[in-house]
Design a protein around this ligand. Structure first.
Ligand SMILES: [Zn+2]
Ligand SMILES: [Zn+2]
Length: 393
């Protein structure tokens, strides 16, 4: 796993070792919940054992609060990737508060700058360039200037009455959800203490770390199929723990897409939930990145990789000459730019024709079908460039 380089921290800034004052509320919460989960849960299991009901509530609350962060706090409120009915927003507000990751307003006031200034040690609140620990939890246990929420980023959200209500009554809502609701279901199922330990403490600690993994591990461990201009990575293992947020390389380039895992088999339950809500009329205006833009980004990365191999003094495997490979990659690149130019020219022509209401006279140019043809061309080209790159050792 990569470790941060000291040079990544600007000398004028505040390096990770800076003595920013400790955030006692966050620190005590992490220590107490962590200790109870690590010590109290096994002891209770040893002496009393947990009821089946406690385990069921543990799973229900883990998923309800985890997915309220990913589908609600993250994709809905931070990125406006879709619109949701008030009942859905109410659910995400309540169960998001249960995950104890601050109010929606404060969360988004940190997350929007994370995207805007990603990896900038001074302006990205959880910059991965400041180290794995810093991006995981370090940024929360001290009051770093970079972590100060800037409400200028969330003026649009202040107008959402559900968001405003949660911000105003955040602490009572957190207590009602984490103590009131958990104790209530525990009492009703006849295992009060077991439910408090499992569905309360252990569930909360897992909620915390699963989300924190997205800021830490998802910026360190995985692949970069779409961009290498920031540290974000795609990682299916992390997607499994983070309700689909492990496809973080895609997310950092196509931020407003309601999906993070774009292939049908990518494990992205947050995407499935949003699509399910849309199918019953509880979500709408789901934002999707045009497939051509996705293919273009992937092919661009493939060219970057091929060039890096060529520049690193590569030799070819097999019988093909290096000069020949270089030439073929160059030709592919020219074809790539030509395809993109052709696509944008056709699209412009189509748009202006549509404007003049003579679209039908464009000899039946079906933009959708044409887009699919361009996509296929880019996809096939990526496979060819990939094969050429593999020739370079
Ligand atoms: Zn995001
Ligand atoms: Zn990120």
């Amino acid at each position: 796993m990569a470790s941060p380089t000291p040079s990544s921290v600007p000398s004028s800034g505040h390096p990770p070792s800076a003595r920013a004052p400790i955030n006692w509320v966050a620190t005590i919460m992490f220590v107490v919940t962590g200790l109870v989960a690590a010590v109290g849960v096994p002891l209770y299991a040893w002496f009393f054992d947990f009821s089946l009901a406690a385990w069921v509530w543990f799973l229900v609350f883990l998923w309800a609060s985890g997915i309220s962060i990913t589908a609600g706090y993250h994709r809905l409120w931070s990125h406006g990737a879709y619109e949701a009915h008030w009942s859905v927003r109410l659910f995400f507000m309540l169960f998001g508060a249960m995950a104890v990751q601050n109010s929606i307003l404060i969360w988004c006031a940190g997350h929007r700058p994370h995207h805007r200034f990603v990896d900038d040690a001074e302006r990205d609140p959880y910059s991965a360039t400041r180290g794995l620990w810093f991006s995981h939890m370090g940024w929360m246990v001290r009051n770093h200037p970079s972590g100060e929420p800037d409400f200028g980023y969330v003026r649009d959200l202040e107008r959402d009455p559900i968001v405003a209500f949660q911000h105003r009554f955040y602490v009572p809502i957190v207590l009602a959800m984490n103590v009131g609701l958990v104790a209530l279901v525990g009492w009703a199922s006849g295992d009060l203490w077991g439910t408090l330990l499992l569905a309360g403490f252990l569930r909360l600690v897992l909620n915390h770390h699963f989300t924190f993994f997205i800021n830490s591990l998802a910026h360190y461990w995985g692949t970069q199929p779409y961009t290498d201009e920031n540290t974000a990575r795609d990682n299916p293992v992390l997607a499994f723990l983070t309700y689909g947020e492990g496809y973080h390389n895609f997310h950092h380039i196509f931020t407003h897409d309601y999906r993070n895992g774009i292939k049908w088999y990518d494990f992205d339950p947050t995407k499935w939930l949003i699509r399910g809500l849309a199918s019953v009329g509880l979500a709408r205006k789901l934002r999707v990145t045009p497939q051509i833009a996705i293919e273009r980004a992937r092919l661009d990365m493939q060219f970057k990789r091929a060039r890096a191999r060529l520049e690193s003094g590569a030799v070819t495997r097999g019988r093909i000459e290096l000069a020949q490979v270089r030439e073929r990659i160059q030709k592919e690149y020219e074809a790539f730019t030509a395809t993109l130019a052709e696509w944008s020219a056709t699209r412009e022509q189509w748009a202006s024709a549509a404007k003049e209401r003579v679209a039908r006279r464009l000899e039946g140019v079906d933009l959708q079908a044409y887009a699919r043809e361009i996509e296929a061309r880019l996809r096939a080209q990526r496979k060819r460039v990939q094969a050429l790159t593999l020739q370079l050792a």
